[in-house]
Design a binder for this molecule. Structure first.
Ligand code: AMP
Length: 299
């Protein structure tokens, strides 16, 4: 099965207490696609400018990511500049340059999609168009971020009716729902149509809510965190990659395992800047950490 990922392809300039990188490969779709490629075929739907480095195209392709639905548009690639302070629990966005995303649109005539869909972090109006223009039958997961909640909250709420799994972090869940308690926030999001809600709490793990199943996981504890960028996108890619990886019935055990795999992939992503933490690992590393996670949380 393949996973279709709509999201950003970006040049990230990020500074953390452990270093800085300029114009590194980033974007929600890059992280999510590489993360999911451990489990399934990944196809990115996005746009880049003519300035997008050839080596990044090659890097994604070498990792098995299908870029046939990535449009090269006239203009500059999306750029994001951010800084993390000592705690590294929050990215302070210094600059967002939409570049080609100001002009990127989807034409209405789209061929049917086989497989699942991950609407990674990008403009919610584009996420909505993606679902309206394609004929598809798989699971739909949708991620977002504070920027879109503060600028296009109604578009996100409208989208929730079409989404199976909605992912966001704890601050975003409180902001969009107006609730303090994360349980109330999840109930609010469930009531707006998202059958399943994943609330990410950074290194403190995740909460999962659906009718009949509430599930919690701690974060997989790792030392030497260098750059938290892309942890959420890698989580989403790992989780959806696992769900897409075979003809699985979406039962509670499979969902729990998918959430564990998502957490593990995210724990590798934060060990290095940009997507490098994901490039160094293989299925054996993932399985090893999976086993340790089971050990750490069994009682
Ligand atoms: P995360 O750390 O998982 O929240 O995601 C970080 C990634 O999101 C970075 O690689 C950025 O390039 C990308 N990003 C930042 N702002 C936006 C935005 N407004 N829309 C889409 N992607 C973004």
């Amino acid at each position: 099965m393949s996973l279709n990922i709509l999201g950003s392809l970006a040049l990230d300039s990020v500074e953390t207490p452990f270093g800085r990188e300029e114009e590194a490969l980033g974007g929600s779709a890059s992280y999510a696609a590489i993360a999911s490629s451990f489990f399934c075929d990944a196809k990115i739907h996005s746009a880049i400018g003519e300035d997008f480095p050839k080596e990044y195209v090659e890097l994604l392709q070498e990792n098995g990511v299908d870029l046939s639905e990535v449009e090269v548009l006239q203009g500059k690639t999306f750029r994001w500049k951010a800084r993390y302070k000592a705690q590294m629990d929050h990215a302070y966005t210094l600059r967002t340059e939409l570049g080609v995303f100001s002009d990127y649109d989807l034409s209405e005539e789209r061929p049917p999609i086989k497989g699942d869909i991950l609407l990674a972090n990008i403009d919610p109006e584009l996420q909505e168009k993606f679902l309206s223009f394609y004929d598809f039958s798989g699971i739909v997961a949708c991620d977002t971020m504070g920027h879109w909640i503060s600028t296009k909250k109604n578009a996100i709420l409208k989208l929730l009716r079409k989404v199976d799994i909605f992912l966001l972090n704890d601050a975003e869940a409180r902001e969009i729902s107006g609730e303090r308690s994360l349980l109330d926030a999840a109930r609010y999001l469930n009531s707006k149509g998202a059958g399943m809600v994943v609330i990410k709490k950074g290194e403190n793990g995740i909460l999962f809510f659906k009718k009949g199943l509430h599930f919690m996981l701690p974060g997989y504890l790792v030392g030497g965190v260098q750059d938290p960028t892309g942890a959420g996108d890698s989580f989403a890619g790992g989780m959806m990659g696992y769900l897409s990886s075979s003809e699985r019935e979406l039962n509670d055990i499979i969902l729990r395992r998918a959430l564990v795999y998502g957490s593990i992939i995210a724990s590798f992503a934060v060990g290095e800047f940009s997507v490098k933490g994901l490039l160094k690992i293989n299925m054996k590393d993932i399985t090893e950490r999976y086993g340790k996670f089971v050990e750490l949380t069994a009682f």
